[in-house]
Design a protein around this ligand. Structure first.
Ligand code: CU
Length: 318
């Protein structure tokens, strides 16, 4: 189980280790940290000791002529040299593991955009949450629709840049069930800090169930509820508020059925057709007072999901 809840946040030092990489990464980190602490103490200690011991006591006190000492020079070159080679080898071996995807890995495509993540499964499911089975390698093939992002899951100890126009690959194997967060760790604009997505590690049975019910977006979910889920998972929440406040985009509060004015001087009533166009081709008309920064969701949402978003907008308009 996820132990997040049982740990006191103040005493938290490292996030829980939740992937097969985590203990290796931490092991190397602690090795370097301890080494640094030991050498820092030794060097600064010796420095302070010498400063005091060899301080000038009288005006006649002269600094003696100091010549080299081959023995200690060799010692202080060879020991750090060996340590460096050890750190490099350790790091290199682990780094190769991070880059070598096991052949039986589950394939998930990851798309980052301002300001959300979407995950596409081989079965065709598009989800705003990364749901994976425990104890199975997962391969992420990642790309960005717009600017540089970076995919980071602290508990898995994985982080990789997500680039426009190029795929980057990352894999991991979760060792326990639980929930974590994906965070974007490459500053990407206004709502960068909201560019998060849930990672759910579940049992194989739960995973199969999730896939067979269409990724929690099955036909039995009421439209407005599905809409709310999509609003949160697909990143609308980063730009559209529900409480009337202006974020990057207009609020959804009271939107349905009112007149909209556009930057080109035209206007329209926010009915179902308008909302659908606004989602699929957001830059056809741009609402007055806003910039055309909304990404198109053409091909990203199916008809039922678009209807769901419209129903949701309706439900928060009353
Ligand atoms: Cu980002």
């Amino acid at each position: 189980m996820n132990t997040n809840e049982t740990q006191s946040d103040i005493w938290r030092w490292m996030p829980d280790q939740m992937s097969t990489f985590a203990s290796n990464v931490d092991g190397l980190f602690y090795f370097i940290l301890i080494l640094c602490v030991i050498f820092f103490t030794l060097i600064v200690g010796a420095m302070v000791y010498f400063v005091v011991k060899f301080r000038r006591r009288t005006d006649q006190d002269e600094t003696p002529l100091i010549k080299g000492n081959h023995t200690i020079e060799i010692i202080w070159s060879v020991i750090p040299g060996i340590l460096l080679i050890a750190i490099f080898t350790w790091g290199f071996v682990d780094w190769m593991k991070l880059g070598t995807v096991p052949p039986n890995a589950l394939d998930v495509r990851v798309e980052g955009y301002k300001w959300a993540w979407s995950f596409v499964y081989p079965e065709g499911i598009v989800s705003g949450e990364l749901v994976v089975p425990v104890g199975k390698p997962v391969k992420l093939t990642m790309s960005s629709k717009d600017v540089l992002h970076s995919f980071y899951v602290a508990e898995f100890r994985i982080k990789r840049d997500v680039l426009p126009g190029r795929y980057t690959v990352q894999w991991f194997e979760a060792t326990d069930t639980g929930e974590h967060w994906v965070q974007c760790t490459e500053y990407c604009g206004t709502s960068h800090s909201k560019m998060i997505a849930k990672v759910k590690v579940v049992s194989q049975e739960e995973y199969d169930e999730w896939i067979s019910t269409g990724g929690g977006m099955g036909d039995d979910v009421p439209l407005a509820d599905l809409g709310k889920m999509l609003y949160e998972q697909r990143g609308c929440v980063a730009c559209h508020s529900l409480d009337g406040s202006k974020v990057v985009g207009p609020t959804f509060k009271g939107l349905y059925g009112v007149e909209r004015k556009f930057t080109d001087g035209t206007s329209a009533v926010a009915d179902d057709n308008y909302l659908k166009t606004a989602i699929l081709a957001p830059n056809d008309t741009v609402v007055e007072g806003f910039s055309p920064v909304m990404p198109s969701f053409q091909g990203q949402l199916n008809d039922r999901q678009i209807s769901a978003l419209i129903e949701f907008i309706k439900s928060v308009s009353q």
